[in-house]
Design a binder for this molecule. Structure first.
Ligand SMILES: Nc1ncnc2c1ncn2[C@@H]1O[C@H](COP(=O)(O)OP(=O)(O)OP(=O)(O)O)[C@@H](O)[C@H]1O
Ligand SMILES: [Mg+2]
Length: 260
């Protein structure tokens, strides 16, 4: 695990600097509630970027703007080079197909088996795999990635919380996204299960070279998974750095995040 990979270091060692997401000067208000007030963020190819911000700071608003579910008041958002604020619905759908989401609470369909839950996104995106698509193979491979091949015919109610989260991750992976957005991937899980999920996230990044944006309150998760972190405070990217740099800060606003 490379710990010291802030952007200055990356540039100096000449690593790949391809930007997969670039958000510039994003502003979004709801009446007098100025939620985002000039937020900037770049996600580089293959990196794990953590965004931390306290409850109500605008993390979900930022993600919704990023995937075109909410329109910002001003600012620009590029995903894989495309200005998503200027795309047609069809073009936006194309971009979204490259983005996987792991939402808080897993959001599996309770009335469907594990197999059917994984089949669902495949059926909506058959074009990604062409006419030779072998659904059974794809489902099995996705479940093997999360160590749950034996749960194919179980119902979500028969799985533990950690298993559900892993099935949700398999469902996200099955479309081979280039970018994965994780919203609180470890919330509600005990520390051991959280660690298992974090290890899986790292394995997936290594295996598929995905770029990950991780929103979390979990300092331990951020410590292990982040190569860079952004703290979203007062509607802006208050500070960017690696975990060690931010943890060592004497700024009270930054210190507040690292107090246990
Ligand atoms: N559709 C909306 N209409 C009005 N206000 C909204 C809307 N969506 C979000 N907000 C407001 O924007 C602010 C930021 O909300 P957001 O959901 O982004 O917070 P968050 O950082 O994701 O918090 P949490 O960690 O609790 O998920 C809140 O004050 C919220 O009330
Ligand atoms: Mg939120």
């Amino acid at each position: 695990m490379i710990q010291d990979t802030n952007i200055e270091n990356r540039k100096s060692i000449g690593q790949d600097q391809e930007e997969v997401i670039a958000i510039k000067d994003l502003c979004k208000s709801f009446d007098d509630n100025h939620v985002l007030n000039g937020f900037n963020m770049t996600l580089y190819k293959g990196e794990n970027l953590v965004v931390m911000g306290k409850s109500g700071s605008g993390k979900s608003v930022m993600i919704k703007c990023l995937v075109g579910l909410m329109k910002p008041d001003s600012g620009t958002i590029h995903v894989m080079g495309k200005n998503i604020l200027e795309l047609s619905h069809a073009e936006l759908d194309d971009v979204r197909a490259d983005i996987g989401f792991l939402f808080q609470g897993s959001a599996l369909y309770d009335s469907m088996t594990v197999r059917e839950n994984l089949e669902f996104p495949l059926r909506r995106h058959t074009e990604r795999f062409g006419p030779d698509m072998n659904t059974d193979d794809l489902i099995l491979e996705a479940l093997e990635n999360v160590g749950l091949a034996h749960t194919l015919d179980l119902m979500p109610s028969e799985l533990s919380g950690g298993m559900k989260r892993r099935v949700a991750l398999a469902r996200t992976l099955i479309l081979r996204p280039k970018i994965i957005l994780y919203d609180e991937p470890t919330s509600g899980l005990d520390p051991i299960t959280s660690k298992e999920i974090i290890i899986l996230m790292q394995d997936i990044q290594k295996k598929y070279g995905t770029s990950s944006l991780i929103i979390t309150h979990d300092v331990d998760c951020a410590r292990v998974i982040s190569e860079r972190m952004i703290l979203l405070i007062d509607g802006t990217n208050y500070v960017t750095g690696n975990f060690k740099e931010l943890e060592a800060s004497k700024d009270p606003k930054i210190m507040a995040f690292f107090k246990h």
